[in-house]
Design a protein around this ligand. Structure first.
Ligand code: 5RP
Length: 222
């Protein structure tokens, strides 16, 4: 059973006529966008989408989902997105797809935030998944060295050609290999204070609903 498809289609059921909908990024969000596209086409569902990456903009555009820029909406009713890890207390790591800057900006404007994951993403504590940090290109080695001195085990995210991966905003990604994050709020606060860091992948106190894909069906956790 395709658990990503299961939760993507389940999440699309929460979208109602007239809503402004934040559309996430990744292989799970892909199915949610596909499902919403079907509803737009087959049921005449009328929504406005706000996308979180060039990839999702392209997919939603091909499906005929009307889109607006984040600058052109005064609120977002619901955002549906994937996640890389969700802890017992519903904190998250995102950014495996290097889109966490736009994803966080969209989520921050949203009345409801739904994360859709297969059950492998549910963990006790965050940190086994490397924490993505988006950093400006200028002087990024200095930020990298700082992370090294702080024993945060950094590595640059590379593209298929072996060069530093460049995000939709023209920045690089440094992944922190931490194994376990005991104090996510403290770490987030420190990362927020580092000059050159644009955004990190700790999404704290932001989700309102999680849909977990399990072999026996989707579990909706409010
Ligand atoms: C992109 C993200 C994705 O939502 C996250 O990486 C999960 O992706 P997938 O559904 O492909 O496992 O945060 O920046």
């Amino acid at each position: 059973m395709n658990l990503k498809k299961m939760v993507g289609y389940k999440a699309a059921e929460f979208v109602k006529d007239g809503m402004i909908v934040g559309l996430g990024t990744g292989s799970t969000a892909y199915y949610m966008v596909e499902a919403i596209g079907k509803r737009v086409k087959e049921e005449g569902l009328s929504i406005i989408g706000v996308t979180t990456s060039h990839r999702t903009t392209e997919q939603a555009g091909e499906l005929g989902i009307p889109l607006k820029d984040l600058n052109d909406v005064d609120h977002i009713d619901i955002t549906i997105d994937g996640a890389d890890e969700i802890s017992d207390d519903f904190q998250g790591i995102k950014g495996g797809g290097a889109a966490h800057l736009f994803e966080k900006m969209v989520a921050n404007q949203s009345e409801e935030v739904i994360w859709i994951v297969d059950d492998s993403k549910m963990v006790h504590k965050l940190g086994a998944f490397p924490l993505p940090v988006e950093v400006v290109q200028f002087g990024c080695d200095q930020v990298f060295n700082l992370f090294n001195r702080e024993n945060l085990s950094p590595s640059y995210r590379l593209d298929e050609g072996g060069s530093k991966l460049i995000t939709d905003s023209g920045n690089v990604i440094i992944d922190l290999h931490l194994d376990v994050i005991d104090q996510p709020h403290e770490l987030a606060k420190w990362l927020d204070s580092v000059t050159g860091v644009v955004e990190h992948g700790l999404f704290l106190d932001c989700v309102t609903k999680v849909i977990v894909g399990r072999e026996d069906g989707p579990e909706v956790i409010d």
